[in-house]
Ligand binder design. Structure first.
Ligand SMILES: *[C@@H]1O[C@H](CO)[C@@H](O)[C@H](O)[C@H]1NC(C)=O
Ligand SMILES: *[C@@H]1O[C@H](CO)[C@@H](O)[C@H](O)[C@H]1NC(C)=O
Length: 194
């Protein structure tokens, strides 16, 4: 695996991992989704004393290997988890990811709240996946979160994904921009820049 990554780094142009131009909003969204290893997920709480209120919590995610993501954020969940219990009642959720997680914003000197520190918000619902998609989800997650393989089996972990209905992008000044799921999934985050 390391050899493959090493060889890969030799053949891939050095600007391969560069953020797409900010006006190519769908590409930026896919870039952020693929670069991030975790997301903050907001659910509608079912727990007192905040029942009915937004509840935001950190989750490990993966849409595939870095450079080869498919845009679908996969998660490894258990019904023992507080936010997952919210999803059982109402699967609607919001996932937020930011390049503040990566070296990009630090190197550029962008504050996490600056739109130049590109971040996205995905609206939709969280659904269980299995079958061939479950196999892909497992590969996508376990390759980027190797510790998952050792998580306690008696927790009945399952694979899930965000079923995206709307993508919100903050990647430049002038306010939030939106991208439809179709635009998002058709975008190519890593194609060569002109
Ligand atoms: C996944 O498995 C669950 C439980 O076995 C089942 O209810 C569900 O329909 C399956 N989903 C898919 C997409 O096959
Ligand atoms: C995903 O969301 C769309 C739009 O709300 C819905 O029509 C579709 O059934 C959902 N898919 C799954 C697998 O829940």
């Amino acid at each position: 695996m390391q050899l493959v990554v090493f060889l890969f780094s030799l053949v891939v142009p050095c600007n391969f991992y560069r953020i797409p131009p900010h006006e190519e909003v769908a590409r930026v969204a896919r870039f952020v989704a693929n670069q991030c290893n975790w997301a903050s997920m907001a659910t509608i709480s079912t727990h007192e004393p905040v029942k009915g209120q937004p509840f935001s919590n950190a989750f490990s995610i993966s849409d595939g290997p870095v450079g080869f993501g498919k845009g679908v954020p996969y998660m490894y969940l258990t019904h023992m988890e507080i936010s997952v219990q919210d999803l059982e009642v109402n699967p609607q959720a919001s996932l937020s990811m930011s390049l503040a997680q990566t070296d990009f914003c630090k190197n550029q000197g962008y504050d996490p709240q600056s739109p130049l520190c590109a971040h996205i918000i995905l609206s939709g619902s969280v659904v269980e996946v299995n079958g061939t998609e479950g196999v892909f989800a497992k590969k996508a997650l376990f390759s980027r979160h190797p510790e998952m393989v050792d998580w306690p089996t008696d927790h009945n972990w399952f694979f899930a994904k965000m079923n995206i209905t709307k993508v919100w992008v903050l990647d430049y000044f002038g306010g939030v921009k939106t991208v439809t799921p179709d635009e998002y999934f058709q975008a190519t985050p890593y194609k060569k820049h002109h």
